[in-house]
Ligand binder design. Structure first.
Ligand code: FE
Length: 251
């Protein structure tokens, strides 16, 4: 568990906060993008990691500089601590407009609700210091309203649950083939659509990518490994296609 600076040049930083979570929790990766005194925190995690993460983030950047909270989708390991983050910072939270009215069920104070904003299905760009970040559509990977973040300065793609690996035992992928078994189970069950997998691969091939950072497990640390991953996703079957046997009334 700790912070790794993956990029730091000309006042622009991409910081990985890796392996948060303990006990029964799925360990999560968070990330901070900082430029010119403005920051974005990506997928800030649930209640149990909030305190540790808050300490870690505030040791790296001033919490006053936190301009955006990005929520890739509505899962508890991403949004459960939304209220605390909104209360303790002045940041504005962005999540798919599909989930905007579900987040208040986690207990977001009424006064803070106006600081939660919906991302339209087509995605958007947000200014950050002298740069900008791109919120890329990644619907059905795995959530119905799902986004990823591309940072064009560090050339980093934050891919959310896509690329998640379970207990790989390392932070950076060095052997793609050996890494595949740590991703397979999750992707074969959670990623519902082969069409979405293919559309995503096609979209991100148009980006200049130096690394891909998923929300769980190891990262793809360079261009070559990122391309291997994109190729793998392109050929990934959709989980819904394997449900024929399961759609039966239990005996
Ligand atoms: Fe999820």
């Amino acid at each position: 568990m700790g912070a790794r600076q993956l990029y730091n040049q000309d006042g622009h930083q991409f910081i990985l906060l890796e392996g948060f979570g303990h006990g029964e929790m799925v360990p999560t990766n968070q990330a901070v993008i900082a430029n010119g005194g403005e920051c974005m925190l990506l997928d800030p995690g649930g209640h149990k990691v909030h305190y540790d993460l808050m300490n870690e983030v505030s040791s790296l950047v001033s919490l006053h500089d936190l301009k955006y909270l990005f929520f890739s989708h509505q899962d508890p390991d991403i949004v459960a601590a939304a209220n605390a983050w909104l209360m303790l910072t002045d940041a504005v939270g962005y999540i798919s407009e599909l989930w905007l009215r579900f987040i208040p069920h986690f207990g977001v104070d009424e006064l803070l609700i106006p600081r939660l904003k919906g991302i339209p299905d087509a995605g958007m760009r947000l200014p950050l210091g002298s740069s900008e970040v791109v919120l890329l559509p990644a619907h059905f990977l795995h959530s119905a309203g799902n986004f990823q973040v591309y940072d064009p300065v560090s050339k980093t793609l934050f891919s959310g649950d896509l690329g998640a690996s379970i207990a790989p035992g390392y932070v950076e992928v060095t052997d793609f083939d050996a890494h595949v078994p740590t991703m397979e189970g999750f992707h074969h069950r959670y990623m519902p659509s082969a069409t979405a997998n293919r559309l995503w691969a096609n979209m991100v091939r148009g980006l200049d990518i130096e690394r891909i950072v998923p929300q769980h497990g190891a990262i793809f640390p360079d261009r070559a490994m990122s391309m291997r991953f994109i190729d793998w996703v392109e050929g990934l079957p959709g989980a819904a296609e394997f449900m024929t046997e399961l759609y039966r009334v239990p005996a």
